[in-house]
Design a protein. Structure first.
Lengths: 480, 91
């Protein structure tokens, strides 16, 4: 113990770099006459110069254990127990606590303290690790003295092909500070190896992906969603199709952490968008063991498999958000996962009426998976602000738009059965006499996103194995 | 020297060698497993016919859906009833 169990007296924590600590040096001399006083100096054990037996506190262990935030701090102990604590210099308070009525007579009444060295940026995490309070259980991997740690991470197969942020203890602890959840909590079983995944393992992968601590609750929610049975992450990974978990974020957290919902929303350049989606993929790769050429059997894949995350543009949307459609309130923050492929643009520069624009969008939506395959593959439609304007000006609700889309995407079976249009691909022949809808109920997600200018929207194909037997979109609330 | 945290599941199972392929299918019970992908049945129909001509005891099984791993019950049924599995993997 740094403080003896039977210690009765005062402990002062100071540093030379603090003007108030230097100012009250005479006070310490006065105090030492009347009481037991230990002085711990954070930056220079020869300070205060006029006092012998200053305790070297450069390791900051006592400061860490006593949770010192400001110097000077004066703590009164009785039989090893803390009784009272003062920070900075307030003459009246110091006199009251020490019962020395003339203490600091020549000094000003008040002088504020300075920040403790133990709470400088990054230091709490370093101290937590150094003094054994670290909750981290992960196996340690030592880089040899001549070894480049970046190359080590590639060699061990931890990378998706891009550089990683080295997952050190202090970085992982900083990331874990982004949630109130215990590092040891198991938040899911990650396919394909069906490995139990702790909050700590997610944090390590989030560090490598480049996430800031405040993104961590979103990453955790995305991992939880990917582990839901109905999302079928194993199949989404193992398929020869293009699929990857696409993370769509709704709610107040979007602006709090700076997720992009505007220009280039589906592209590069925003740290939160780029790293949250990547963190989920790294968890699947490293914890789950899902690697291309291994259980990931994608024939072609697509660039979004590195990570694909974006936010809905909610503040000026004419329609209810994706999360509200899926049963959440507008003030809840949520993550929706969609097993999606690549982005297919829709360009229509001429439609100014909602009926025409709906038919335009339907033409591209029909091509999802194959123009003659119906009811098999979900889709995600990203409507840009300029396209949404057409619906807003016509007063079309989201429900009305959905109804019109469904009508435009329902065809006579004989147009799309196998062999029709001299194409072997298509629906089974027994469906020739009925009308078929392109999407199963609940199989078309619609979000509003993108920059203010540009009459473009985007269609993102779902997985070939969409639906209850394969993958359905899932939405979960983001917890703190 | 820096210390990094292992981001993996740390399972690292020991390398397991695949068991040797049988030299012959005589006296073997063969499972023909359809994973429920399109046209898997066409492939297995052919195989079943060819194995029948050779006098091999072949039995048909199918997964409920190709999107998920086989249910434990099905795996246990195959293990208890057969010696060899031939799987129709893809369409």
């Amino acid at each position: 113990m740094l403080v003896p169990v039977d210690f009765t007296g005062f402990i002062a924590v100071v540093k030379r770099d603090c003007a108030t600590c230097r100012l009250i040096e005479p006070v310490f001399r006065e105090l030492m006459i009347g009481a037991a006083l230990q002085i711990h100096s954070q930056d220079d054990p020869s300070f205060p110069d006029s006092i012998d037996d200053v305790i070297d506190e450069r390791a900051l262990e006592l400061s860490y254990r006593l949770e010192i935030e400001i110097v000077p701090t004066l703590i009164q102990f009785q039989d090893g127990e803390e009784r009272a604590r003062l920070v900075g210099w307030k003459r009246d308070e110091w006199r009251r606590l020490t019962e020395m009525t003339a203490l600091g007579e020549a000094l000003p009444e008040y002088s504020p303290g300075c920040g403790s060295k133990s709470v400088e940026p990054g230091m709490p995490e370093k101290l937590a690790y150094k003094f054994g309070d670290t909750p981290l259980k992960a196996r340690r991997v030592e880089a040899a003295s001549q070894q480049d740690e970046h190359e080590l991470m590639f060699e061990r197969g931890w990378s998706d092909g891009l550089p990683l942020v080295p997952p050190t203890e202090d970085r992982a602890l900083k990331t874990l500070a982004g949630t109130t959840r215990s590092p040891s909590e198991i938040i899911g079983i990650i396919p394909p190896d069906n490995a139990p995944c702790t909050v700590e393992k997610v944090a390590i992968n989030a560090v490598m992906a480049g996430c800031k601590p405040e993104y961590f609750p979103v990453v955790l929610a995305a991992v939880e969603a990917a582990c839901l049975d109905e999302f079928c992450m194993h199949g989404v990974l193992a398929t020869t199709y293009f699929s990857a978990p696409i993370v769509i974020v709704n709610g107040p957290i979007v602006d709090k952490i700076g997720l992009n919902w505007g220009h280039n929303v589906l592209g590069q350049g925003n740290r939160a968008n780029s790293t949250i989606g990547r963190a989920l993929q790294l968890v699947i790769r490293n914890v789950g063991g899902g690697r291309p050429g291994g259980v990931d059997r994608a024939t072609l894949g697509q660039p979004g498999k590195v990570g694909f995350c974006f936010a809905e543009r909610e503040h000026d949307s004419y329609w209810e958000s994706l999360a509200v459609e899926r049963g959440f309130t507008a003030d809840e923050s949520t993550v929706t996962l969609f097993a999606g492929g690549g982005v297919h643009p829709v360009g229509d520069q001429k439609s100014r009426q909602p009926e025409s624009l709906t038919r335009s969008l339907a033409l591209t939506l029909r091509t999802v998976y194959h123009s003659k395959v119906f009811g098999r593959t979900d889709a995600l439609l990203v409507v840009s602000p300029e396209n949404m304007r057409v619906f807003r000006e016509a007063g079309w609700s989201k429900a009305r738009f959905r109804e019109a889309l469904d009508e435009a995407l329902t065809v006579a079976g004989d147009e799309v059965v196998a062999g029709a249009a001299r194409i072997d691909e298509g629906m089974p022949p027994h469906l020739a006499d009925i009308r078929l809808s392109k999407f199963r109920p609940g199989g078309l997600l619609i979000v509003h996103a993108g920059g203010g200018a540009g009459m473009w929207s985007a269609v993102i194909t779902g997985w070939a194995g969409s639906g209850p037997k394969g993958s359905v979109p899932v939405t979960v609330a983001i917890k703190s | 020297m820096s210390t990094l945290l292992d981001p993996t599941s740390e399972l690292q199972p020991a390398q397991r060698e695949a068991i040797p392929r049988p030299q012959s299918l005589s006296e073997k019970r063969v499972a023909l497993l359809d994973i429920s992908k399109p046209r898997g049945d066409v492939f297995l129909d052919h195989l079943e016919a060819r194995l029948g001509e050779l006098g091999v005891d072949a039995r048909r099984y199918s997964k409920p859906t190709f999107t998920r791993v086989a249910p434990v019950d099905l795996k246990q049924q195959i293990v208890s009833e057969c010696d060899v599995v031939i799987e129709a993997l893809a369409d």
